[in-house]
Write a protein that binds this ligand. Structure first.
Ligand code: FAD
Length: 259
């Protein structure tokens, strides 16, 4: 690992100055430090966000659950507010990685990293959440751009995410046995913004399954997805499964998520 300068400010303003001076944000380190150890990332300066209390915490107000970017997966999974308002979100967080990863990894780090097999992107897109940064609010449909790519500008920091509380929601993941990342993960919801079906793990980045949404909007039931198919074009093929295999899994997991 290459040497780097390290700082741990206690205010958002000081983090912004460090980012503006070229530092890279360090959250739980579960993806960044792993990439640094492999030489895939070589930041000269790291600014640790764990000292900023304003970036942590969970609140429920105005029909939405707002979660601070530095809130760990374990805190989301254990939160009574999240379990009550959006149990599927707590369930999703409780199955990310393993206990060590859940106790270090954060919501903000997961979204900024935008791993194609990550779980949280499916909840953000599947609920029509809003990603708050130090500069603006970004709608879920505009946030994920491609493989490990988001709408974030250089030096832009995620501060929190607001998840609208749906009428119904569900999550199902077919996971890689070792890392537990999603080979395919499907988050479904029915709420004020209509029906949304978001798929992670299957493509270069999370996407919405329009045909499945249409079927569930007409009839919110697992039976509504009987015979539904998803095209394999552009889906991932790797040692975990072919594009055709993933395409076949999507409506099955969506039906299970509807329950
Ligand atoms: C063994 C293992 C298994 C895993 N299994 C899963 C799994 O099943 N499902 C899953 O979804 N994930 C899984 N992960 C990934 C895990 O969720 C990581 O926590 C997540 O990818 C990164 O979050 P972090 O807080 O650790 O961020 P870091 O690694 O600290 O940062 C990741 C990237 O985001 C940037 N960043 C961090 N915070 C911010 C912010 N607030 N604003 C802007 N940029 C920011 C960093 O600069 C870096 O580029 C696994 C990881 C490991 C090591």
């Amino acid at each position: 690992m290459q040497a780097f300068d390290y700082s741990r400010p206690t205010s958002i303003a000081d983090v912004k100055s460090a980012l503006a001076a070229g530092a890279q944000a360090l959250a739980g380190g579960q993806s960044l430090l792993a990439a640094m150890k492999l030489g895939l990332a070589t930041p000269e300066k790291l600014v640790d966000l764990s000292g900023v209390a304003a970036l942590k915490g969970i609140t429920v107000a105005g029909g939405a659950v707002k979660i601070g970017a530095m809130t760990t997966h374990a805190e989301v999974a254990a939160s009574a507010e999240v379990k009550k308002a959006i149990p599927a979100l707590a369930d999703l967080a409780s199955h990310i990685g393993d206990r060590q990863v859940r106790n270090r990894g954060t919501l903000g780090g997961s979204l900024a990293n935008a791993d194609p097999a990550a779980c949280y992107p499916a909840a953000v897109l599947g609920l029509g959440a809003t990603v708050h940064t130090d500069q603006r609010d970004i709608a879920a449909d505009d946030f994920f751009k491609g493989l490990f790519e988001t709408a974030l500008q250089s030096g832009e920091m995620i501060t929190a995410v607001s998840f609208p509380v749906p009428e119904k929601a569900g999550w199902q993941k077919f996971r890689q046995p070792a890392s537990r990342f999603s080979i395919v993960g499907v988050f479904v919801s029915k709420g004020a913004k209509g029906v949304r079906v978001a798929v992670t793990g299957a493509g270069p980045c999370v996407f919405r399954a329009a045909d499945l949404e249409k079927r569930l909007a007409a009839n919110w039931s697992a039976a509504a997805l009987t015979g539904a198919t998803v095209k394999a074009d552009g889906l991932n093929s790797d040692l975990h499964g072919s594009a055709e295999y993933r395409a076949a899994l999507i409506p099955v997991l969506a039906a299970r998520a509807v329950g």
